[in-house]
Design a protein around this ligand. Structure first.
Ligand SMILES: [Zn+2]
Length: 433
């Protein structure tokens, strides 16, 4: 795919070539494409009949089973959301940014693609931008654009398939800190050129978190590299685009601020999603625990590694009290409820994993997690896919766990309290006196 943002018009001029094999005879294929004008639609290099709505483009042809096809689409998009252009209308020099946020917003606003997470594609991205800007996207920068070109093209190559919502790019004026994990994965931490004194406190423990997660999860980091890019006015804490986390520049902090607010949890959370969400992706919203519960859980473990046991158990205690209150007010939700709140998916979701590990033991838990990831890598998953692997690894029947932690709307506070008292002396003391 080729993308040329036109910031003054807030438009994206683009082209995409999809190569695909047809699994069964069909008369048409469609892609999600929101409000686009198409300037070229070709199949195998020849014009082809197509129709469009405000949400899709359909291409008509007798597609034959087991044949390969090449679909070329050129277009102009004016995204109402998903791509954000900041700082282009003002007179401030160097504050211009363009970046994407695809989760829940749909990449099909700027690229004809697949809103259904079950369609995984191996993408390669060509992005053209003005010479003074850095372009950061998923994958490995294959060609460093020549400095003499006014509008250089950046080519990013990916090797593995992923869902469209994880595609992302950021364009702006950036410097970067380069690290590597102990396993040799390149890590790039981006920052605004004026923020060099904030690099160390902002990205403190990054390598340690990375090494810890690879080891704790028990499956190698699945992508070619890892990048973290702060942007302005981001609506969330961070977004785990594949190998390419974009986060709120509110987390760019100095040493003094570190104690009150730091990036450590978000850093670990988005990194954990690279396995839980990106490598294995939920089939649909009924399985959202597999994303947020897992990312929250592994981020807490990373914090435990850095800040110690007391920090970890007291943090869990805080969330338990919060969840108990929700539950007592009759507002508790089941983890399998696709409409559950973030307290349910994130905090109750993390708790479910804490208690599952406690039930089956560290070894069986880790064995189950890594079997689950390996078996379903680059595919889509259900909660049952995960539970089955833990049952196999532990030789236990987990029906009781399913009922108590996944299906029930209540929060099992007494179980949790007993667990915390057994694990942590200061919490034990707190309850005793
Ligand atoms: Zn998350």
């Amino acid at each position: 795919m080729f993308i040329e943002p036109i910031p003054l018009n807030k438009e994206i001029k683009g082209g995409v070539i999809y190569r695909f094999d047809v699994l069964q005879n069909v008369d048409s294929v469609f892609l999600d494409a929101k409000d686009m004008a198409f300037t070229k639609v070709e199949l195998g290099g020849k014009k082809v009949e197509f129709t469009k709505t405000d949400k899709t483009i359909s291409v008509y042809k007798k597609f034959k089973k087991d044949k390969s096809y090449k679909l070329t689409i050129e277009y102009l998009a004016k995204p109402k959301q998903t791509v954000y252009f900041l700082g282009w209308g003002d007179t401030i020099e160097g504050n211009e940014q363009i970046w994407t946020q695809g989760q829940g917003k749909y990449t099909s606003h700027w690229l004809p693609s697949f809103d259904d997470m079950n369609e995984k594609v191996e993408f390669d991205l060509f992005i053209q931008a003005g010479r003074k800007f850095d372009v950061i996207a998923n994958g490995k920068l294959a060609v460093v654009p020549p400095q003499i070109d006014d509008n250089p093209v950046w080519l990013f190559n990916m090797e593995k398939p992923m869902s469209s919502y994880l595609l992302a790019f950021a364009i702006g004026d950036y410097s970067k800190q380069e690290l590597a994990s102990s396993s040799g994965v390149p890590i790039e931490n981006y920052y605004y050129p004026q923020d060099s004194a904030r690099v160390e406190p902002t990205y403190r423990y990054t390598q340690q978190i990375f090494d810890f997660l690879e080891d704790e999860i028990g499956v190698s980091y699945p992508w070619q590299n890892y990048k973290q890019i702060p942007v302005r006015d981001f609506l969330y804490a961070g977004m785990e685009n594949t190998g390419n986390t974009i986060f709120s520049d509110g987390y760019v902090i100095d040493s003094t601020a570190f104690v009150d607010k730091n990036f450590v949890n978000v850093n670990a959370h988005e990194l954990a999603h690279q396995w839980f969400g990106n490598l294995v992706t939920e089939k649909d919203g009924n399985h959202h625990w597999l994303h947020e519960g897992f990312a929250t859980y592994y981020a807490y473990l990373a914090e435990k590694e850095i800040f110690g046991n007391d920090h970890f158990y007291w943090k869990l205690f805080e969330t338990a009290k919060e969840l108990q209150e929700i539950s007592e007010n009759g507002k508790g939700q089941a983890l399998v409820d696709p409409k559950a709140s973030s307290a349910t998916f994130y905090e109750k979701g993390a708790w479910a994993l804490v208690m599952l590990k406690d039930k089956v033991g560290d070894e069986a838990f880790k064995k189950g997690v890594s079997a689950y990831l390996k078996k379903h890598q680059f595919k889509n998953v259900t909660i049952e896919d995960f539970i089955k692997e833990v049952e196999l690894a532990s030789a236990l029947n987990l029906d009781e766990f399913r009922a108590k932690w996944l299906l029930s709307t209540e929060f099992p506070y007494e179980d949790v309290k007993t667990f915390l008292m057994a694990k942590n002396k200061s919490i034990q003391t707190f309850f005793r006196f």
